[in-house]
Design a protein around this ligand. Structure first.
Ligand code: NAD
Length: 381
């Protein structure tokens, strides 16, 4: 079974879908791995490292020729996959609800029309068995970490309290909004840097998680939020009553903060708006806001995807594709997620992947098969 690893085509995508470690592991399973020349360079992996690990490095057409599995970080253009075997698997972050250059429903339809079996890695069900295959978690974790470093880099002051001969510097106050995987890592990172950290979420279960990391939980008390973890660990759109109570709480808290990191997402919907322009204006000049949800519509009014903008003396950071800003580690974790997924369905005798139709994981990630779009989440659209 031949596995093709492509060089990413999307603007500013620095990650790669395989590392020498996963090449070695796939080869040990009996697969043949071909890597497009230069695929790993932006993630600090040279062609020769792939070769040493057992891959063949070649031009794209050669890599795709006869491939039965194509691995990418973002979904490759279906028209660029000439030469693969009919029915080949394409596993990547396919972003079927997105409108960007490398996502959208039309692209899924094109995979179906090309007879490819498209597998959306970000649709991995959040069940215990699939934890090691969960690309949203592995990438969000790094994004949460990098968001704090990006904030620190834009901030004209230090994070920790420092007592120096020239006097004392006060510790920075950091407020994290949205405490999923990225938010938890942001809290931990801001604490490690010596900041005074507080955090909020709509899911009640996060209170204990916030406190166990040594941060202060700031919660709406007057209106009930989402009990426990929420369905599948996810939030839903909140009532107008909750939203106005949350806006009041945020207004009272945010003016005293130096750094705000927002990470709030609602699956299948635009990101909730958590900070208004008036609330930005209430912050001290020199404060920094990082909006990790900027590509999903943004949590912060005025945030611009791909830019650092200044409003009322406050910097609003809206970097796109934050995991790609840590390309080497993000690639290492993403590549392991892919390996863990494919090896879990490896038929050792036939030395190939066999995806059973009745498996919850397969049903979750499979978007197209036999020329049709087969995923429940897409047919409901
Ligand atoms: P996410 O990226 O969908 O959202 C980020 C956070 O924003 C969530 O905590 C959400 O509750 C919060 N949020 C949404 N609307 C908000 C609002 N209006 N105000 C404030 N906060 C808001 O979440 P995620 O990082 O994907 O994690 C969701 C959950 O799934 C977590 O509890 C995580 O531990 C769990 N999880 C489970 C598994 C598994 O069991 N395999 C794997 C990964 C994550």
């Amino acid at each position: 079974m031949k596995i093709a690893i492509l060089k990413e085509g999307a603007t500013d995508e620095r990650r790669v879908a395989a590392t020498p470690e996963t090449v070695k592991k796939f080869t040990a399973l009996g697969a043949e791995v071909a890597v497009e020349a230069g695929a790993g360079l932006t993630a600090s992996i040279s062609d020769s490292e792939y070769e040493v690990a057992g891959a063949k490095v070649a031009a794209r057409a050669e890599v795709l020729k006869g491939a039965e599995i194509v691995l990418g970080v973002q979904g490759p253009d279906p028209a660029s996959l000439q030469g693969v075997k009919p029915g080949a698997l394409v596993a990547a972050i396919l972003n079927p609800f997105g409108a960007g250059e490398n996502g959208g429903r039309a692209r899924v339809d094109a995979y179906a029309a090309a007879g490819l079996e498209a597998l959306a890695m970000e649709f991995m069900p959040r069940i215990t068995r699939a934890q090691s295959m969960d690309v949203l978690s592995s990438q969000s974790n790094l994004a949460g970490y990098k968001a704090v470093l990006d904030a620190a880099a834009e901030y004209g002051r230090a994070f920790p309290m420092m007592m120096t001969a020239a006097g004392t510097i006060a510790a920075a106050r950091i407020f994290v909004m949205g405490v999923g995987v990225a938010g938890l890592q942001a809290i931990a990172t801001a604490r490690r840097l010596g900041g005074i950290v507080s955090a909020t979420d709509v899911r009640a279960a996060t209170r204990e998680q916030i406190e166990s990391l040594g941060a202060k939980a700031i919660f709406v008390e007057s209106v009930a939020g989402i009990a426990g973890e929420g369905s599948g660990g996810y939030a839903t759109e909140m009532s107008d009553e909750y939203k106005s109570a949350q806006a009041e709480l945020v207004s009272a808290h945010i003016a005293k903060q130096d750094i705000v990191i927002t990470t709030a997402l609602i699956p299948g919907r635009p990101a909730p708006r958590l900070i208004s322009d008036a609330q930005v204006a209430s912050m001290k000049p020199g404060s920094v806001i990082v909006d990790l949800a900027v590509e999903q519509g943004g949590n912060v009014e005025g945030a611009v995807a791909g830019e650092v903008v200044e409003r009322h003396g406050v910097k609003i950071v809206g970097h796109r594709n934050v995991p790609s800003r840590l390309a080497a580690d993000a690639s290492a974790l993403y590549a392991r997620n892919l390996y863990n997924f494919l090896s879990a369905f490896w038929d050792a005798e036939a030395k190939r992947v066999a995806l059973p139709d009745d498996d919850e994981i397969v049903q979750g990630v499979r978007l197209t098969q036999g020329g049709k779009v087969v995923n429940e989440r897409l047919s409901a659209q």
